[in-house]
Design a protein around this ligand. Structure first.
Ligand code: NDP
Length: 492
């Protein structure tokens, strides 16, 4: 299929989930001549420094409660320490394996790969870091995003989520800044692994944009589990304790401080910038006036599209305020031969969405079947402890739109209630009063991510409350409540 005027039919920049899928389907299923450039590890954010290692850490962290619970069920078990080094070794082996899978998938589809940075030279030409150029009929930018630090002095003393998987040791204490997915997930993970976790979120409640009742329960559970969560609080100043003019640490004993200093000096934080390579406990002043010292500070304050220094604007590709590549419903940019998918377009920043955008791009360009990407009713999960699974409208957003009925129940699940734990779960449906469609489903529970995947099918199919009710319950489960809630909790 190769167009004789170009080296390739398609040149993909970025070897993450979206880029790899588009490249191998275009080559493998449509016979296109395809190349892909990646200057880091294949697999991108999701596989190498996001979803996959994070989820494995969620599993590791979840075992913290197992011994206590198992004892209540009659097991004679004793708890041992968590071995970060042992876990990390296995984690790295798994990531190497997955990266190999990605490379093999590309090779198996006949995609040429270039392990170097690429940028656009003109509408059909890509320039590689070694100075060579390749021409292509179509160019697909799938470079993802990267974590950002807030603009405060000494911010480079803090780590970002990419760095967590490389830590030599877990810190004794950590301050996490932010209240989004990454901040809340890592607060729970690290808390479970025995780190003293403090979280500052500048707004009134973490997980802004999600259903109030659901995020309220997540926040309450996080606090009960030991996360020192402060809302309405942000970081104001930070410096190495050694550089802090008062030098004194107001909230820890000298002995504790000594241990903390040693611990922090042992931790490799991979900071860059003016403080690169400098280590030690970090003094922090918050917007509410408190001063504290932490072994580590993690900025989980959002991610920016990786679109800088790519030659995009020079070419006429339009970028938005955050640097996101602006595309139409077919992922086409203002330059017709250049397309973009995934986090670099800052639409819905989730791996399965990037993959679907990649597939829709291939169908549009190589399948002669223009396919817009459907971004409506995407289910997602936040892997806090407990997890939150969500699809559709929150109660608050639905109420803005139309009259609704809310069916909601919160209870102690059988498994942990038997183990005398106070954990609560939430099952909630937001229903249109007019046509009875289930507009939103929100679950806070262990394995809510697994549950919302299935509930998501029903919500995406726009089933009604009566169709939910016609489904016989699976008993005894937590999720049976989704088909047994007879009377609305409230109407609005
Ligand atoms: P989010 O945008 O979800 O959260 C960023 C957080 O940082 C918000 O709480 C924001 O506050 C806060 N913040 C931003 N700037 C500052 C600042 N200057 N000072 C203090 N706080 C600040 O980003 P994440 O990095 O957590 O995640 C990025 C994306 O990655 C998510 O949107 C999601 O799409 C994806 N993701 C998905 C996961 C999943 O599906 N489980 C897991 C991890 C990531 P405010 O609310 O006030 O703006």
């Amino acid at each position: 299929m190769a167009n004789t005027n170009f080296d390739y039919d398609l040149f993909v920049i970025g070897g993450g989930s979206g880029g790899v899928r588009a490249a191998r389907v275009a080559a493998g299923e449509y016979g296109a001549k395809v190349a892909l450039a990646e200057d880091d590890r294949y697999g991108g954010t999701c596989v190498i420094r996001g979803c996959v290692p994070k989820k494995l850490m969620v599993f590791a962290s979840g075992y913290a409660n197992v011994v206590d619970e198992a004892k209540c069920y009659g097991w004679d078990l004793t708890e041992g320490p968590f071995d970060w080094h042992g876990f990390k070794t296995r984690l790295n082996t798994e990531l190497d394996r997955l990266e190999g899978v990605y490379r093999n998938l590309l090779a198996g589809s006949g995609v040429d790969t270039y392990d170097q940075r690429a940028k656009l030279k003109d509408a059909h030409t890509v320039e590689l870091a070694d100075g060579t150029t390749k021409t292509a009929k179509h160019i697909l930018v799938a470079t993802g995003g990267r974590p950002i630090r807030p603009d405060i002095p000494n911010a480079e003393l803090g780590i970002v989520s990419d760095d967590i998987f490389h830590l030599e040791k877990l810190p004794k204490s950590i301050l996490i800044i932010g209240g989004g997915y990454i901040a809340s997930e890592f607060a729970c993970i690290l808390n479970g692994l025995g780190v003293e976790v403090t979280q500052y979120y500048r707004g009134a409640q973490i997980l802004r944009g999600f259903d109030e009742e659901a995020r309220g329960l997540v926040a309450e559970s996080m606090r009960e589990n030991g996360v020192d969560l402060h809302v309405g609080t942000n970081i104001l100043e930070m410096s190495l304790l050694a550089d802090h003019k008062d030098g004194a640490m107001p909230t820890q004993s000298d002995a504790a401080m000594g241990a903390s200093v040693q611990q922090a000096q042992d931790i490799h934080t991979q900071s860059s910038g003016a403080n690169a390579g400098r280590k030690g406990p970090i003094w922090v002043k918050s917007t509410t006036g408190g001063e504290k010292v932490f072994d580590m500070v993690l900025f989980a304050t959002g991610r920016d599209p990786a679109s800088t220094d790519m030659g995009l604007e020079e070419l006429g590709v339009k970028l938005g305020r955050k640097g996101q590549i602006e595309v139409d419903e077919y992922s086409q940019t203002a330059v017709p031969s250049v397309y973009a998918i995934g986090d670099v377009t800052d639409r819905v920043n989730l791996t399965p969405v990037a993959i679907r955008e990649g597939m829709a791009f291939v169908q549009t360009v190589f399948g002669a079947n223009p396919t817009p990407v459907d971004h409506d009713l995407i289910a997602s999960a936040i892997f806090t402890q407990p997890e939150m699974g969500t699809v559709g409208l929150s109660e608050e957003d639905a109420r803005e739109q139309e009259e609704i009925e809310v069916y909601s129940t919160s209870f102690r699940p059988m498994q942990s209630a038997f183990a005398e734990k106070s954990d609560r779960v939430l099952m909630k449906l937001v229903v249109s009063k007019k046509d009875r469609t289930v507009l939103g489903c929100h679950i806070v529970a262990p394995n809510a991510g697994e549950m919302i995947q299935l509930a998501g099918i029903a919500v995406k199919a726009r089933l009604t409350k009566e169709q939910f009710d016609a489904t016989c319950a699976v008993h005894p489960t937590m999720s049976e409540e989704l088909v047994t809630m007879r009377n609305p909790t409230r109407t609005a």
